[in-house]
Write a protein that binds this ligand. Structure first.
Ligand SMILES: [Zn+2]
Length: 512
């Protein structure tokens, strides 16, 4: 009996032992399988397929509003369809039904004005741009008003006059910051009855070159809804180059100035472009109410100045066929293996025109923004280190650990922005979501500095599909997809790290 009992006990123990072995193996398989799921859908051939198509000369650089931009959108939409990703808006009215993946938007294409003459105090100013043109033939008075801020208007009559101001504000000397003050200065001038603002901009030659190029080539902006444009008397706004404030100082001592301003109105043409959007619902009954946005822009800068080889097509393989491919890779993977949280895939248009597609989206979201807990954006200039992934804003969200883990799993290392002076965080679509409060870093090809092999291809005709290292890209895309899965399955909702600049916007959005 005793013996028998002990045998039974032994058998029981064996059974327990086997069960725990099986359980351990099962858990092990489960934890491995997340990575296995990534490996099973992301392949070199698929990546090459996307990038070679999107960066083909046939697509002529995917310029916003062109038929080729639309071809790229159609490719993306129908690729999402093929994966089983669902459109968010059903639009059965349109023939092919591909449109249901599209968020169409009206944009204004504005040509630079052809005639602009400015004479103040008998002196003609040549280095100038019309930031806000307005048709006028003005001969009359001008008045110098310091920075043109609220206090500068005290006791001054500017009605029907031109207001001359210097750029920036006390302690604000950067041209970019000065540009941000335009709205405020314009409104002040308008409220006080002025006809135009002439701003003397303290910028070096290089910076002025950018300003001049920007306003003397075609621009694109989101077409304002008509109501906001009606019934308002517009104020023209000009920028004059005035390095070291030499002209501003000369005007300071003068009381009244004579002025002549002749300007044509701007030529506007309406163009249509589209964001491409799809979704996959999450599997967890609770977490599926939270969405992770996977985003990238698919437009590029089109046809432009030829390089020394005579190539004039700016293919944008890195910028941003690569980013588009990160999102498509994620979409294919999640459609096959849905995550706990829901997924929203957005491919933006018009990023190169000033983040217009993403701006349009946050102003017209298809799903409530406060359900979007994270925006995992990808935008790319180029790379000069194939052992890393550069994540702009890596330490700024609590998902940093997930992203680092994913990169390490595929033999790469995730690093933060190495060139903060370039302001990358504020130069891609992620910032539009960040300003709304949504944690939003940008996942980019590895670079340790913005020069060499990065600038060689950045916004150049040579940014072609056959100049990429696809062994590196394979690891890069797998890392993105794995990171996305880890974030989307993490029981903890990702947030900004404490005291981030966008934390308060986040509190407003999510109400906590
Ligand atoms: Zn770009």
């Amino acid at each position: 009996m005793k013996n028998r009992n002990s045998t039974l006990r032994n058998q029981n123990m064996k059974k327990h032992f086997l069960i725990s072995i099986a359980l351990f193996a099962f858990l092990n398989v489960f934890s491995q399988s997340e990575k296995e799921k990534v490996v099973s859908t992301v392949t070199k051939e698929k990546i090459e397929g996307h990038i070679y198509f999107l960066a083909d000369d046939l697509l002529k650089g995917r310029q916003t509003g062109t038929p080729e931009n639309k071809i790229a959108a159609s490719y993306i939409a129908n690729t999402l369809r093929g994966y089983g990703v669902k459109p968010v808006v059903q639009n059965a009215m349109k023939g092919s039904n591909t449109e249901s993946y599209f968020q169409e938007m009206k944009l204004n294409q504005i040509s630079p004005i052809k005639r602009l003459l400015l004479v103040i105090d008998g002196k003609e100013f040549k280095k100038k741009v019309a930031v806000k043109p307005n048709k006028m033939e003005f001969t009359g008075e001008a008045i110098y008003l310091g920075y043109g801020l609220e206090s500068d208007y005290k006791g001054k009559n500017v009605s029907e006059k031109i207001v001359i101001v210097r750029s920036g504000a006390p302690k604000v000397t950067e041209v970019r910051e000065a540009f941000a003050l335009i709205e405020e200065k314009e409104q002040l001038a308008q409220r006080h009855g002025a006809v135009a603002v002439i701003e003397l901009v303290d910028a070096n030659e290089t910076t002025w070159g950018y300003v001049d190029h920007n306003f003397n080539s075609d621009r694109i902006e989101i077409a304002a809804n008509k109501a906001s444009e009606d019934g308002k008397k517009r104020v023209a706004y000009l920028w004059i180059h005035d390095e070291n404030n030499i002209q501003a100082k000369a005007f300071e001592s003068k009381e009244n100035l004579s002025a002549k301003l002749m300007m044509e109105g701007e030529e506007k043409k309406t163009i249509i472009s589209q964001n491409v959007i799809g979704m996959v619902e999450g599997t967890d009954p609770q977490l599926k109410n939270e969405f992770i946005i996977y985003s990238a822009h698919y437009d590029h800068v089109g046809i432009g100045k030829a390089d020394e080889t005579g190539d004039e097509i700016y293919n944008g393989a890195r910028d941003n066929a690569v980013g588009t491919t990160t999102v498509l890779s994620m979409a294919e993977n999640i459609a096959k293996y849905p995550t706990k949280r829901s997924a929203l895939f957005i491919l933006f248009t018009a990023e190169e025109k000033g983040l217009l597609g993403s701006q349009y989206y946050v102003e017209n979201p298809l799903l409530p923004l406060n359900k979007m807990v994270y925006c995992f954006n990808s935008d790319n200039a180029g790379y000069n280190d194939t052992s890393i992934i550069t994540v702009i804003g890596l330490p700024r969200t609590t998902a940093a650990a997930n992203i680092k883990e994913a990169a390490t799993a595929f033999g790469l290392r995730a690093i933060d922005d190495p060139a903060p002076d370039q302001d990358f965080f504020d130069r891609s679509d992620n910032v539009v979501f960040a300003r709304k409060g949504i944690p939003a870093p940008t996942f980019s090809l590895g670079f340790t500095s913005f020069d060499g092999d990065v600038t060689k291809y950045y916004h150049q005709p040579g940014d072609e599909a056959d100049t990429l290292d696809y062994e590196y890209l394979l690891k890069f895309f797998k890392s993105y997809v794995f990171a996305g899965r880890l974030i989307a399955n993490d029981p903890k909702t990702p947030t900004w790290t404490a005291n981030d600049k966008y934390e308060s916007a986040s509190k407003t959005l999510y109400g906590n």
